[in-house]
Design a protein around this ligand. Structure first.
Ligand code: TAP
Length: 497
């Protein structure tokens, strides 16, 4: 492990620390101070130091942003452009995101602890591709012609839903921005984005890129601030037509309540998970161990689809644990700018402490600590990759979403038993199945109540592959054509024949 440089800014990494250009609210095409003049600090999780102060938007700022978005929707050019015109502008936005890959990846690294290299090679190109994917559908949004049973015929129109509020989390800041804004813009909506308070910087940078790309003023607004104030003002606003939320199940519930109590705006929720990875005796062992590590530790476990419950069949259980222990030793924790690092710091002190407290629960409840179990280094919010074996279904670490680099390994005997146990959770976001038997893979895939199943792979995301939850992992889908549909109304127009 690169412990020596953990959390320290070496000369080369300091050079990569980006200049912070945008810290104000982006409303109606302008960067402006919050009405109250208040700001909040955004923190570098490598050190706990303040990076900069960012405008703290509250209800009045949200009102202004909604006014701008409403005017842009009711009177502005964006919803009235042809699909082809929207496509051209979105393609330009995608190019700009890609051209600014280093800058955006560096902002997500200092603000959220995301690995710079992954940001530059995966997240930012992925964000650009997401925008391109939706640019490609912008001129293919059309309805159907219907022959009605009586003396009428009808056609359907697919119209933008209106003003959208996007409330997004901190784990993949630029990708989240693209995943929400791309389809909504392609549909012809206008919007307000509220980034997470931990990671506001790349969203503000992207706001600047939307202006450079030629997206009209008011179509995209970014209001930074606290969830309980700015976020709540979005979900209870009377003039927002839809909220698209990604984050915790707890806040998802508040958002539905606020939508119900205000104007019954449409809601889509992408929430938490406690996804199982199920490894059968016939799995290729090395591959299974690698997938379990990736599935649990990628992005320091701060990923809603993390496969943090690893079910291993009894025939390979002992051997699997042996290999796991060997391999986790080469999982490098360190500065997110260091090319050797596979795991940076957790996003903030609160999450860091929450993860450490879950680890203590695991120890107290009697799970076998196979690796890790403590903070990593002395500075910043780094956590050792932690593996618990012999975990029981009723232990807290097997039930609750930890959102950190903590794996629970559980033993099982039969396929029927593991399906029942894997489904015994309030969540249903994703699952992995590792086997060389096609029947087993198909049976598990059909039996697990989750929105995404990965067979002999994990995190196989792509722009055209929708994902989202069953049960308390939420509803509605991001990505793919389903990710566009939620920003569209269907209108039927009937006429006598
Ligand atoms: P949340 O509190 O759910 O935050 C997500 C977004 O919602 C942020 O922009 C947040 O703003 C905003 N928000 C908070 N309270 C709100 C309210 N009352 N009304 C409207 N918006 C509100 O998640 P978190 O605190 O960042 O993380 C807590 C847990 O959520 C994690 O441990 C993890 O389990 C889960 N989580 C899930 C995901 C995904 S991808 N499903 C992503 C991140 C976190 P502020 O940042 O200003 O509070």
């Amino acid at each position: 492990m690169s412990g020596e440089s953990n959390g320290k800014l070496t000369e080369s990494t300091a050079m990569l620390t980006p200049e912070i250009k945008f810290t104000k609210l982006f409303i109606n095409g302008q960067f402006v101070d919050s009405i109250s003049g208040k700001t909040f600090e955004t923190i570098d999780p490598r050190t706990g130091d303040v990076i900069t102060k960012v405008a703290e938007g509250n209800k009045e700022d949200i009102d202004l942003a909604v006014e701008a978005a409403r005017d842009a929707f009711d009177n502005g050019p964006w919803p009235r452009l042809s699909g082809a015109q929207r496509r051209r502008i979105l393609m330009k936005l995608a190019d700009l995101i890609e051209e600014n890959a280093e800058e955006l990846a560096a902002l997500d690294a200092i603000d959220g602890g995301r690995l710079f290299h992954d940001g530059k090679t995966i997240d930012i190109p992925g964000a650009a591709e997401t925008i391109r994917y939706y640019a490609g559908v912008a001129d293919k949004i059309h309805g159907e012609t219907l022959k009605m049973s009586r003396e009428f015929q009808a056609y359907t129109l697919r119209e933008p839903i209106g003003v959208v509020g996007h409330i997004i989390p901190w784990n993949f800041p630029t990708q989240m921005f693209a995943m929400k804004v791309g389809p909504a813009l392609a549909a012809g909506c206008t919007m307000i984005v509220k980034p997470a308070e931990q990671t506001p910087l790349s969203a503000l940078y992207c706001a600047h890129l939307t202006k450079l790309a030629g997206i009209p003023d008011g179509a995209v607004n970014v209001v930074t601030g606290y969830g309980s104030v700015a976020g709540a003002a979005i979900s209870s606003h009377m003039d927002i037509d839809k909220v698209s939320f990604t984050g915790s199940t707890e806040v998802g519930r508040l958002i539905m309540q606020a939508a119900a109590m205000s104007n019954l705006k449409q809601v889509s929720l992408e929430l938490g998970g406690k996804s199982p990875i199920i490894i059968f005796d016939d799995a290729e062992l090395d591959k299974a161990v690698d997938l379990a590590l990736l599935g649990t530790l990628y992005n320091k476990g701060e990923i809603c689809v993390a496969g943090s419950r690893v079910f291993v069949q009894e025939g390979i259980y002992v051997e699997f644990l042996k290999k796991l222990e060997e391999k986790v030793g080469s999982w490098v924790v360190g500065d997110p700018f260091d090319l050797d690092s596979k795991q940076g710091p957790q996003v903030e002190k609160k999450q860091f402490e929450k993860i450490l407290s879950y680890i203590e629960h695991g120890k107290r409840e009697g799970a076998t600590l196979l690796a890790g179990g403590k903070r990593f280094g002395e500075m910043g919010y780094y956590v050792q990759p932690t593996i618990f074996a012999d975990v029981k279904d009723d232990m807290i670490i097997a039930k609750e979403e930890i959102f950190g680099p903590v794996m629970s390994v559980l033993k099982f005997k039969t396929i029927g038993e593991v399906i029942r146990r894997a489904n015994a959770t309030k969540y249903g976001l994703a699952a992995g199945v590792i086997t060389s038997n096609l029947d087993t893979a198909n049976t598990v895939s059909r039996s697990i109540r989750a929105g995404v199943i990965w067979i002999n792979c994990y995190f196989a995301f792509d722009q055209d592959s929708p994902y989202g939850g069953y049960k308390m992992s939420g509803f509605g889908r991001d990505l793919g054509i389903d990710g566009l549909d939620k920003y569209l109304h269907v209108k039927s127009v009937a006429t006598p024949i």
